[in-house]
Design a protein around this ligand. Structure first.
Ligand code: NAD
Ligand code: UD1
Length: 338
């Protein structure tokens, strides 16, 4: 019995596939390669001994997805496939709703038609909106999201809740990620953003390698210990291991479960710059800029529910996150080869 991993060639998906395969799980990857290179499949292969299948297919391609379910013996799904750039989602809301929400509807329908009712979904801390006070717990009110990307995550959570109410044979796990950074220890897999990175760590590593002149720190007047925004950065390998636990959970039970995947610790932008400079030995020049629209001062998790119910906790600290991000960037200055 295999786990189908949608978006399995992307940043978090590829790291998760390595951990699944190394744990002995059968894996089938589906990706349309819209936001990743095919060489990431080769990089996964180089880090595992177990063989796996992969398909180039869009999750909105109902016939294509159905054929994969008919051919493979799929027991459960980890659903990473989606578009994720907040700014782009404001420019292209229809594309985001189509890809993320419609894509998920097609996937769930194909799963149901093939008798597969176990799914782990990549949600985000963004569903907690602007008003909750950190540490964020899973029982807090969600919604109030400020951009189409975030709304797709919120809507998909609601769709999955309704689905479970309609049919409690489903086993659904909503994982709310905080801020994934870092890379595989080998330096052969990591985050490979297109164009100008929106997120902090890829921007820092591109400054450090000389691709960008300086980092813009978006605001130094927040109510935080140094005025810059505070977030809960989590190593992508810890996140990947959280998925191994989550897929075990959905395999063994039915129900709808929600877990934060974070460290429970908050670091400011300036803390991350300092930690990165220490870990890499590289300089990261920065300038203080205005606040970025839609940002909040502080966002970090209470990760205790995942510890209590999944037996999972993040083990890698900010230093290791920075070292591994830097190893990936410095060994692959232009990301994955074409
Ligand atoms: P990513 O872009 O690296 O990976 C997503 C993968 O899905 C890509 O390989 C892309 O080609 C594929 N894909 C997109 N649309 C598809 C479709 N219609 N059919 C088939 N494949 C498709 O992103 P990531 O950082 O690995 O994120 C994975 C998931 O986690 C996404 O759903 C994202 O929204 C969510 N998430 C990411 C973060 C983060 O900071 N990276 C935070 C919270 C949640
Ligand atoms: C952003 C998204 C969120 C998404 C998450 C992971 C917004 C408003 N939110 O969250 O929906 O789930 O990414 O993909 O875009 N920063 C700088 N300079 C930069 C980049 C970032 O100072 O060049 C700061 C930000 O202001 C923030 C922190 O670094 O305080 C982290 O930013 P980022 O990596 O974009 O993550 P989030 O804002 O948490």
């Amino acid at each position: 019995m295999a786990v189908l991993v949608t978006g399995g060639a992307g940043y978090i998906g590829s790291h998760t596939c390595v951990e699944l395969l190394n744990a002995g799980v059968d894996v089938v990857i589906v990706d349309n390669f819209y936001n990743c290179k095919k060489s990431s499949i080769e990089r996964i292969k180089a880090l595992v001994t177990k063989d796996f299948k992969w398909y180039e297919c869009d999750i909105r391609d109902r016939e294509g997805m159905d054929a994969i379910f008919k051919k493979e013996n799929i027991d459960s799904v980890i659903h990473f496939a989606g578009l994720k750039a907040v700014g782009e989602s404001v420019e292209k809301p229809l594309e985001y709703f189509d890809n993320n929400v419609n894509g998920t509807l097609v996937l769930l329908d194909v799963m149901r038609n093939n008798g597969c009712k176990k799914i782990v979904f990549s949600s985000s801390a963004t569903v907690y909106g602007m008003d909750n006070v950190s540490p964020l717990t899973e029982d807090m009110k969600v919604g109030g999201v400020t951009n189409p990307y975030g709304r797709t995550k919120f809507m998909i959570e609601e769709i999955m809740r309704d689905l479970y109410v309609s049919d409690n044979e489903w086993s659904i796990c909503l994982l709310r990620y905080f801020n994934p950074i870092g890379a595989h220890k080998s330096g052969t897999m990591g985050e490979d953003p297109n164009g100008i990175p929106n997120n902090l760590m890829p921007y820092i590593t591109q400054v450090a390698i000389g691709k960008r002149e300086f980092l813009n720190v978006w605001g130094d007047d927040y109510d935080t210990h140094d005025g810059s925004g505070v977030r809960d950065y989590i190593h992508v390998v810890d996140l990947a291991l959280g998925h191994v636990k989550a897929v075990e959970k959905v395999s063994g039970t039915t129900g709808l479960y929600i877990y934060n995947l974070g460290t429970g610790k908050g670091y400011s932008v300036l803390d991350v710059v300092k930690a990165f400079e220490k870990a890499s030995g590289a300089k990261v020049p920065y300038k203080i800029g205005p606040r970025r629209a839609g940002d909040i001062a502080t966002c970090y998790s209470d990760p205790s529910k995942a510890l209590n119910e999944l037996g999972w906790k993040a083990e890698r600290d900010i230093e290791e996150m920075c070292e591994d991000s830097w190893r990936w960037q410095s060994q692959n200055p232009n990301g994955y080869p074409d």
